[in-house]
Design a protein around this ligand. Structure first.
Ligand code: GDP
Ligand code: ZN
Length: 337
């Protein structure tokens, strides 16, 4: 018999996709039927992890679990994405690669030290999350390593990011500190601010992006969240490209305690959206809040007289670090197009 249904893409191997009807975790292979092209998209991959698709499959019973690689399901349509994050296919190309779609949350993993967090880089990720409408939580890993010499840096970090409106969660994949809280957030039972999610619905899947530079402990954290998981390390080379390019296939993981994670190994940064100079400030929430009091609109918050953002920086209400990341992005605007 033929069944039709809706499922989420949880993996792309290059030759086929793996689908699951979330929040069920029952994977089955699928291929694209015909040419699925998204209008106006320059993406090299028409279907990405997190995409919700329509499928058809020939099955023995009602369930697609009997679908085999020899007779895979067919993806017949891709649903409109709520959001998605992209990276450029190569440094020079204007084409983009969709890393993941339909994300509910983003966990940006950083470490104060080992390796030292680069605030402008973190701020760029945060801007990207704002542009895509994905609520971001900063996960400060390796807390077991922070001693008295980090105390000042640690409180400054909290002040900068909590002041900007982002939750900062201290964790250690090694000691387990904060991991229970992170697990509750990933499952959706807890909101990023640590409060109970009153609207939690076990029938709905919560998909979270994990991102951060390599070495911060993303894989270790995922394993700490669910020891049954085996996060893949590093990048996979595409044999057809003879090592000239590397193609990374992202993958979704299902946690035993609830929730789904898309890990981004080897990803140095994502997003890098087309923003006009005047737009960048809209994605620094603490600047947006005061910018209605700027004398000019739009205001770039640089040279304009009567700029409420500059006043707030001077008064210490907006952190100088965030403001200087903003200036850096203004300067580099254009580089990422
Ligand atoms: P990834 O590249 O972000 O996936 O990072 P890994 O999970 O591979 O971790 C990089 C290194 O940091 C490894 O040597 C881990 O053992 C170490 N590491 C990860 N988490 C912690 C932690 O919470 N505390 C300490 N001390 N080391 C950690
Ligand atoms: Zn201004």
């Amino acid at each position: 018999m033929i069944i039709k249904g809706e499922a989420t893409v949880v993996k792309h191997t290059g030759s086929h996709y793996m689908l699951s009807r979330l929040p069920q975790w029952e994977l089955f292979p699928a291929v694209l039927r015909g040419k699925i092209r998204l209008k106006g998209s320059s993406a090299t991959n028409p279907v990405a992890v997190g995409d919700i698709v329509d499928f058809e499959a020939e099955v023995q019973d009602e369930s697609p679990s009997s679908v085999t690689l020899e007779n895979p399901a067919a993806i017949t349509a891709v649903h409109k994405r709520r959001n998605y994050i992209i990276r450029k296919s190569t440094n020079l190309s204007r084409q983009s690669h969709i890393i993941a779609a339909n994300l509910d949350r983003a966990f940006l993993v950083v470490t104060l030290d080992f390796p030292q967090v680069k605030l402008p880089f973190l701020d760029r990720l945060l801007v990207t999350c704002e542009v895509y409408g994905v609520p971001a939580t900063i996960v400060l890993n390796k807390c077991d390593l922070y001693g008295p010499e980090h105390e000042e840096m640690l409180s400054a970090f909290h002040e900068i990011y909590e002041g900007a409106g982002y939750p900062v969660l201290e964790v250690s994949a090694h000691t387990g500190q904060g991991v229970d809280v992170l697990r509750e957030m990933v499952s959706g039972r807890m909101l990023p601010d640590g409060s109970v999610n009153e609207e939690f619905d076990a029938g709905k899947s919560v998909v979270s992006l994990f991102s951060g530079v390599s070495g911060v402990g993303k894989s270790s954290l995922i394993k700490a969240l669910d020891p049954a998981l085996e996060p893949r390390v590093g990048e996979i080379s595409d044999a057809h490209e003879q090592g000239r390019h590397t193609t990374t296939f992202y993958e979704m993981y299902s946690l035993a305690t609830g929730g789904f994670i898309v890990d981004t190994p080897g990803l140095r940064g994502f997003g890098l959206v087309d923003l006009e100079k005047e737009e960048i400030g809209l994605y620094f929430p603490e600047m947006l809040k005061v910018s209605e009091n700027c004398r000019f609109a739009p205001c770039t918050h640089t040279h304009e007289p009567g700029c409420a953002v500059k006043d707030a920086v001077e008064a210490g209400e907006i952190s100088y670090e965030r403001y200087s990341s903003y200036l850096g992005m203004l300067d580099e605007e254009g580089k990422y197009r």
